[in-house]
Design a protein around this ligand. Structure first.
Ligand code: SAH
Length: 353
């Protein structure tokens, strides 16, 4: 009996036949295999996320969603989460929403991983799952949350050479059963598709873009305009366009070579929030309020994290659980301190006027 070839072998064979593939294709295939085969979160996994650090994160987001729905009178709004992981953020957000007297009409999850869908179903047996945003309901306002979702979507890169900008491709060397993947400069791309401010960058410069992310942002913007609702994107990122490579791999909480361990480590890129916001504005026009980009630390503070942490600490101490009070203080610091998650992580908030 022949063994099923590994993803690396299948990609190497595809490259042998069709030539080098785009970085986006490589990243999409690697992440689909990665997320599809495991729960990557937590101490025993490859990385940890804000909702897994503290219940306060999802609670604050839930209060934000309830407030948006109540102010606009969206009584039948649905809760939508993109890439909900274990469902932890949704559990905390929906509990906080209920306390604020807002109950979404339904819970919709956009999730491709069967393993994580099962983890989400354990908390939300009645949720509805989608493989992409196109099948989300069309008949109600949507409160849409995406924490560490956009960073997992495929990116493209271009690299500056002597004659201009080249699309970056991925090729393989070595035997198909033990391939070595390497990036390579492909054909020249027209200068016109490179952001004007970056065109004259020195040779060797790398720029990134994520057409997949922009497409999803624009699809969601169109939905918000047509149906009402709000969108909150939280992720690590920057305000582009800028020169620089952010593609990275995480394995066992350590950085790894993105071209090794294909499908067995998390591939991400930082999110270009300025370009994402521009793409959303291009669709939403005057119908949407796009708040100035905030850091996670500032956004959480402005939405009451300090008060929530104080209340939880007080209740822990009242139960003689000083250990818990300390853990809450530590989580607060981890989520908001500039040298931890507070500055690198950004919050993009879009609400229908
Ligand atoms: N939001 C969660 C999990 C972040 S990990 C948290 O903060 O803990 C990224 C999540 O996005 C996972 O649930 C993963 O399965 C999902 N995901 C990754 N790529 C996806 C894609 N192309 N379509 C839908 N979901 C995707």
């Amino acid at each position: 009996m022949t063994e099923t070839p590994t993803l690396a072998t299948r990609l190497a064979r595809a490259i042998a036949v069709a030539g080098p593939m785009s970085l986006g294709q490589f990243m999409a295939a690697a992440n689909e295999a990665y997320y599809g085969s495991r729960d990557p979160l937590g101490a025993g996994g490859d990385f940890i996320t804000a909702p897994e650090i503290s219940q306060m994160f999802g609670e604050i987001i839930g209060l934000w969603g309830a407030d948006a729905a109540q102010r606009h009178g969206w009584v039948n709004a649905a809760y939508v989460e993109l890439g909900p992981g274990r469902g932890t953020l949704a559990v905390d957000a929906l509990r906080a929403m209920a306390r604020a007297h807002f109950t979404p009409s339904a819970v919709h999850f956009v999730e491709t991983s069967p393993v994580l869908r099962a983890a989400q179903a354990a908390h939300f047996p009645d949720a509805l799952w989608h493989k992409d945003v196109n099948t989300l309901p069309t008949n109600c306002p949507l409160i849409i949350i995406a924490n560490e979702f956009f960073d997992a979507l495929p990116i493209q890169q271009a690299i500056k050479g002597a004659e201009g900008w080249h699309r970056r491709l991925v090729t393989s060397m070595g035997a198909a059963d033990a391939p070595l993947f390497v990036p390579l400069a492909g054909a020249l791309i027209p200068d016109a598709v490179v952001p004007e401010t970056l065109r004259d960058a020195p040779a060797g410069s790398i720029i990134e873009s994520s057409p997949a992310s922009l497409g999803i942002g624009q699809a969601l913007a169109a939905r918000l305009c047509a149906q009402g609702g709000a969108l909150l994107v939280i992720d690590y990122g920057y305000e582009g366009p800028v020169v620089g490579e952010t593609l990275q791999a995480l394995k066992g909480h350590n950085f790894a070579n993105p071209f090794e361990n294909v499908g067995d480590q998390d591939l991400t890129a930082h999110v270009d929030f300025a370009t994402l916001a521009q793409a959303i504005a291009a669709v939403g026009g005057e119908a949407l309020t796009i708040a100035p980009l905030a850091t996670q630390g500032a956004w959480l503070a402005a939405h009451g994290l300090g008060a929530r942490a104080a209340a939880l600490m007080q209740s822990a101490r009242a139960r003689d659980r000083d250990d818990q009070a300390i853990a809450i203080a530590e989580a607060h610091t981890r989520l908001t301190a500039p040298e931890q998650m507070g500055s690198l992580f950004k919050v993009l908030e879009v609400v229908v006027k």
